[in-house]
Design a protein around this ligand. Structure first.
Ligand SMILES: Cc1cc2nc3c(=O)[nH]c(=O)nc-3n(C[C@H](O)[C@H](O)[C@H](O)COP(=O)(O)OP(=O)(O)OC[C@H]3O[C@@H](n4cnc5c(N)ncnc54)[C@H](O)[C@@H]3O)c2cc1C
Length: 335
């Protein structure tokens, strides 16, 4: 079969121009099998995508893009103290968080307003304001894209860690997530340990709804909105350093914020390093490190992938030379 025309524009929050060979909406096993057969005949790989809020795309994506359409939500188990939900991968993440908190199912409030679809959320184990999705996942359902077989992984098999999981590692482009089972609390437990959130909420009675509203307000104030200033959120992960490297860094930069991870490892703020290196607001052509938030790489809506890559490499080089710390990008770059 000859290569088909490049016809499908792939939306992404960096507003990079991208056309895929084929974009397929998936509703069930039949659609997956058809897409697999088509891709095999065309000699193209399959690539799951959601809303394109964590990807850096090329002008032409030589692939068959799969997007899950199912946005259903059902209750699998309803106990006195908890509820277990099954959520279709095509549901908008923030809509789920909002519906959950307003239904009295708690735990996801700190993850409000993160862009994207439910199916992508486990891929990088989304996290914000001291919480990570992995803590609530019971199981992930989907299809093995090599065999076409339906498969379920329990939470342990998902290998969740800081901004990563098995779906970002060995199962990348191999497993299409179609639904996520989440266990949430019926008791109104809150977590406001994260310093910015704590100071925003202040003293007094705190409910999950208060936390939800505070997180939404904080994100709206602090992060550039992709609709006006195209971006992919935090562009670099917060580096995790050994005690030795941390000591070296602290001797030169005693004020750097540090978050302990374990006895031997500590996380430091990538935003702080970029700002300290004088790169907040630094622009190169159609791309820049946002002057609103140093960790966010923004475009003017007319950039291409190469410009994003070039600026990212420049920031990595400056930070490495100045602090001896390697920054790792958070979004995925596609060839
Ligand atoms: C303004 C802004 C703020 C952000 N804030 C945060 C934040 O606070 N915390 C955080 O963790 N992230 C944040 N992000 C990143 C992003 O929102 C999340 O990573 C989100 O989960 C990506 O969802 P998506 O649907 O856009 O996925 P996409 O960007 O389309 O895809 C991301 C990855 O997931 C894979 N994928 C997508 N769907 C599936 C599926 N169904 N099955 C298998 N693999 C799949 C893709 O192959 C790709 O590798 C932010 C992004 C923006 C633009």
């Amino acid at each position: 079969m000859s290569a088909p025309d490049v016809v499908n524009a792939v939306a992404n929050t960096l507003a990079l121009p991208c056309m895929a060979r084929r974009l397929t909406s998936v509703c069930g096993s039949q659609d997956v099998l058809e897409a697999m057969e088509w891709a095999q005949k065309a000699g193209l790989p399959l690539m799951p995508l959601g809303e394109g809020s964590n990807v850096v795309l090329p002008r032409v994506l030589e692939a068959v893009v799969l997007k899950v359409a199912d946005s259903s939500l059902s209750i699998l188990a309803d106990a006195e103290d908890s509820v277990t939900l099954r959520v279709g991968a095509g549901k908008v993440w923030h809509a789920l968080v909002s519906e959950a908190v307003h239904s009295g199912y708690y735990g996801l409030e700190n993850l409000a307003l993160i862009p994207g679809l439910v199916g992508a959320a486990p891929v990088q184990n989304i996290g914000a304001y001291g919480k990570e999705l992995g803590d609530y996942v019971v199981a992930i359902h989907g299809f093995d894209l090599i065999t076409g077989a339906a498969q379920t992984l329990d939470s342990k098999e998902c290998g969740f860690s800081y901004r990563s999981s098995v779906f970002k590692q060995e199962l990348q482009d191999r497993f299409l997530i179609t639904a996520v089972d989440l266990k949430l609390s019926r008791a109104p437990v809150v977590n406001i340990d994260y310093p910015v959130l704590k100071s925003r909420i202040g003293c007094g009675e705190v409910s999950p709804t208060t936390v939800f509203e505070a997180v939404v307000a904080l994100r709206q104030e602090r992060l550039p909105n992709p609709a006006h200033s195209p971006n992919a959120g935090s562009f670099f992960k917060n580096p995790i350093l050994s005690t030795q490297l941390l000591r070296q860094l602290q001797s030169a930069e005693p004020e750097i914020p540090v978050y302990p991870v374990s006895d031997e490892l500590s996380k430091v703020s990538a935003a702080w390093l970029i700002e300290r290196a004088g790169l907040r607001g630094y622009a190169q052509g159609n791309v820049a490190m946002s002057d609103q938030h140093a960790l966010v790489l923004v475009t003017d809506g007319h950039a291409v992938q190469g410009q994003v890559l070039e600026l990212a490499r420049y920031v990595q080089t400056v930070v490495l030379e100045r602090f001896g710390v390697a920054l790792e990008p958070e979004p995925r770059f596609y060839d």
